[in-house]
Design a protein. Sequence first.
Length: 215
Amino acid sequence: MTMYIINNMTVHDPEEYRRYVKDFMPVFERFGGKVLAVQNSPQAIEGTWPFDRTVLLSFPTREAALAWANSADYKAIAVHRHAGTVSNVVFLDELPPLSPAAASPGAAASPAPTPFPGKNVVRCTSLEQGPEGKTLVLNGVIESGIVAAGMLLYIRFNFSMGMSLRILDVRLHAGSVSLVLDCEDEDGPDFVEGMNLVGDRLEVIVDDDGKSGDR
């Protein structure tokens, strides 16, 4: 990739610098170098610019730039630049090209597709019995949608049966959530607690009549 060189210099011996400039181009071009810009006393649009002269160069590759800078022919004329100026030189690598996805307009704004479109889904990581057996606390991660107190957590037993437990409280943590579930009106909290729900993805639903029960 293209290598850029910037030299911000202060000239204190113009005659020595002219000797450098006189022999510069033949050696420079031999290594594929190009002069992109040269400006005496460039205008600073922010801050201060304490240099007399700024030069912007390029080479097709970093290797070509280093070969030029380290060549015997260049070092022979560089002594005049060293004698006539105080130089501040940097090498800048060209940025790699953007991937097609990143370069396309609006790519960054495109949301990642959700694995459960239109559903509120919580993945269970652990389940605990609440005080006096009246509640269950399900710890997990919200994978899509929203979860709020008053909604129902649907636990499927098989393809045709399941149980809905009302969410009494939602406790948000860094990267996770705890749902306090009402088991007081259900016959099977012990059965639910005994199920291996860890890793299961459970749907959270809205009950229009405000009652918990089978779905």
